[in-house]
Design a protein around this ligand. Structure first.
Ligand SMILES: Cc1cc2nc3c(=O)[nH]c(=O)nc-3n(C[C@H](O)[C@H](O)[C@H](O)COP(=O)(O)OP(=O)(O)OC[C@H]3O[C@@H](n4cnc5c(N)ncnc54)[C@H](O)[C@@H]3O)c2cc1C
Length: 574
């Protein structure tokens, strides 16, 4: 096995990972920094896929207090208020950095100010964007800087396990696999950033990139860390529904379509959103997804079993101009977004839950930092569109700044627990040499279980059913082999590893959903539909110890504002 040493190891090259790398280097240019990533740097993960844009309070009529209140109210009073405050305040600094230091071009108004568009669930149009391909602009500029810096890169390297030190009280490094050769690599590091971006790809319809299979969250669980809010899986209401034979199905049609006035129509061509919420199509994602799901359950569906989005009434020219990427994507699948109807379905998009962390991105495991979609607590029960990329870039930068002094204070590398490495390798190699099982059939079943019983609408009976079904799937994966023993680019083997992680995290979602006996934001229990006790809000924590999930709850601390109050001076005065 190859062994490498570095001061800072960053897992993932999305907005969180790349910002962390650049900020760590800026904080201390003498650090050795290694960016390790499952795919190709700059080409994988979801930051690149960001369409709509980036929320930030820039306009004189807007304020960080307003952005904060939207985030807290959207998150149904579950967000950690200090983390949310950091998000909205540092986002201003970060967007300037993206423009002025990294060279991003965002769309502008005729007077030269940055154009900000409407996104659902916000009381002010504050979403900065580059057309509807904002993520490509951000990630290309970040990647260029990392490439130019000469930092060490481990591309097509998959993190397999977090390895503690010999005494078990700190992190020593990460066991990785070089996907190209199949060789195991143990990377010792003084500080490690977990930024693998979550990714709810265990649902039948999902938006995230195919490289994301909750690896970071699964590794964190196996390393004994606590995760929070795992029941909070956000469904984006408008995933493209282009039939079962294409991976385009599930990909997202951005929220700006509804924000700018798009209509949702059921299979009978009737607008229905106002039957569910006075804000109509501009209600938050959870409400719109549930409304669509209800129409689907009532059988008022389109030929492929979803609903329609209609933009034609806004003028085809305007739609083509403002949503060029979306119009082209739909045309590729045979739909006319500018003038006709496009079939859509709710699609699993984002995990609000993740590793419990502090404001400086440290975790309960010394040496491990977390940022971006792997972290939990910033968004609570619901993430506002536009707050995701803000989250990964804001906290990625903070993590980089915090890792540099950490490395100075902890100048020696920890020696890894060799027995833990051996156990991790044995676990990863378990399917090798056994006859290949039908992993595709297992994944299809996982999609069904999560969509039907742990999806948009849940109840105790369904969640109990899912428990047995997930255990059965785990047994099927364990019994399945990955074919031969040639490890170079052995994608069946990686598929097996992906499924193992998805199953562990699916079980954590299910257990957390069973524990939350009320309905909040993205988590809706039809057997307990009320939002209970906002002022005594608690969040659900889940850990994995000795092969069992441990569930606990902790109180939300209302450090800045209590339910029923506001930070907005004019609203308070009125
Ligand atoms: C289609 C789409 C549109 C979106 N639009 C918006 C939007 O308009 N506005 C908004 O705010 N948010 C949006 N989001 C959400 C946003 O993309 C994410 O919140 C954010 O980019 C996550 O950043 P990240 O750095 O945490 O993860 P990512 O950018 O996803 O990066 C994760 C990285 O980890 C790597 N990785 C994964 N597993 C491993 C492993 N085992 N070992 C090593 N590396 C690994 C991946 O290859 C990748 O490089 C969108 C998401 C999608 C999918």
């Amino acid at each position: 096995m190859k062994r490498l040493r570095t001061d800072v190891l960053i897992l993932g090259s999305g907005g969180a990972g790349l910002f962390a790398a650049l900020h760590a280097r800026e904080a201390d240019p003498s650090l050795s920094i290694t960016v390790a990533v499952k795919g190709l740097l700059g080409k994988c993960g979801c930051t690149r896929m960001v369409q709509g844009g980036y929320n930030v309070a820039l306009a004189p009529e807007d304020s960080v207090e307003r952005h904060f209140m939207d985030t807290i109210e959207g998150g149904k009073w579950l967000p950690d208020q200090e983390l949310a405050w950091t998000l909205v305040t540092v986002a201003i600094e970060r967007i300037r950095e993206l423009e002025n230091e990294l060279g991003c071009y965002f769309d502008r108004n005729p007077d030269g100010t940055i154009h900000q568009k409407a996104f659902a669930g916000q009381t002010f149009d504050r979403t900065v964007h580059k057309g509807d391909l904002t993520g490509i602009e951000i990630i290309n500029r970040l990647a260029e800087q990392v490439w130019a810096s000469g930092m060490a890169r481990m591309e097509e390297h998959r993190a397999v396990e977090l390895i503690r030190n010999r005494s078990g009280d700190a992190l020593a490094g990460v066991l990785m696999v070089d996907v190209r050769s199949g060789e195991f690599v143990m990377v010792q590091a003084k500080a490690v950033l977990l930024a693998t971006g979550g990714g709810p790809t265990m649902y039948r319809y999902h938006t995230p990139s195919g490289d994301k299979t909750c690896d970071g969250l699964a590794m964190a669980l196996r390393a004994g860390l606590t995760l929070r809010d795992m029941e909070m899986v956000q469904f984006h209401p408008t995933g493209l529904l282009a039939g079962p034979g294409t991976r385009m199905t599930g990909t997202v049609l951005e929220e700006g379509l509804r924000g700018s006035g798009g209509y949702l129509l059921n299979g009978s061509h009737q607008r229905f959103m106002h039957d569910y919420d006075p804000k109509g199509e501009r209600a938050t994602r959870d409400i719109v997804s549930r409304a669509i799901f209800s129409e689907m359950r009532a059988g008022r569906t389109t030929p492929h079993g979803g609903v329609y989005i209609s933009m034609g009434h806004l003028g085809a020219e305007r739609v083509r101009r403002e949503f060029k990427g979306m119009v082209e994507r739909c045309a590729d699948c045979g739909f006319d977004l500018a003038g006709g109807l496009v079939e859509v379905v709710p699609t699993a998009h984002y995990m609000m839950g993740g590793v419990v962390f502090r404001g400086d991105c440290t975790t309960e495991l010394p040496g491990l930092f977390v940022a971006g979609e792997d972290s939990g607590g910033v968004h609570g029960a619901n993430r506002l569109g536009g707050n995701g990329v803000a989250n990964s870039t804001v906290f990625g930068g903070i993590a980089g700044e915090a890792m540099a002094p950490w490395v100075r204070r902890h100048a020696t590398l920890q020696e890894p627990d060799e027995a833990a490495i051996d156990a991790a390798i044995a676990r990863a190699r378990a399917p090798l040499g056994k006859r290949a099982g039908d992993l595709n059939a297992i994944r299809e079943k996982l999609y069904d279980v999560m969509w039907d019983d742990v999806g948009i609408v849940r109840d105790a009976a369904g969640l109990a059913r899912a428990e047995g079904a997930l255990e059965e799937l785990e047994a099927r994966v364990d019994a399945a082999g990955a074919g031969g023993t040639d490890l170079a680019f052995n994608l069946t083997w990686h598929d097996w590893l992906n499924l193992k992680n998805l199953l562990l995290v699916s079980k954590a979602i299910r257990a957390s959903a069973m524990a939350r006996e009320d309905s909040r934001g993205a988590h809706y229990r039809s057997d307990c539909p009320d939002v209970r006790d906002l002022d005594r809000s608690r969040y659900v924590c889940v850990g994995w110890h000795d092969g069992r999930f441990e569930i606990s709850t902790r109180p939300v601390e209302f450090t800045r504002v209590k339910p029923g109050e506001t930070l907005l001076k004019e609203a308070a005065a009125a």
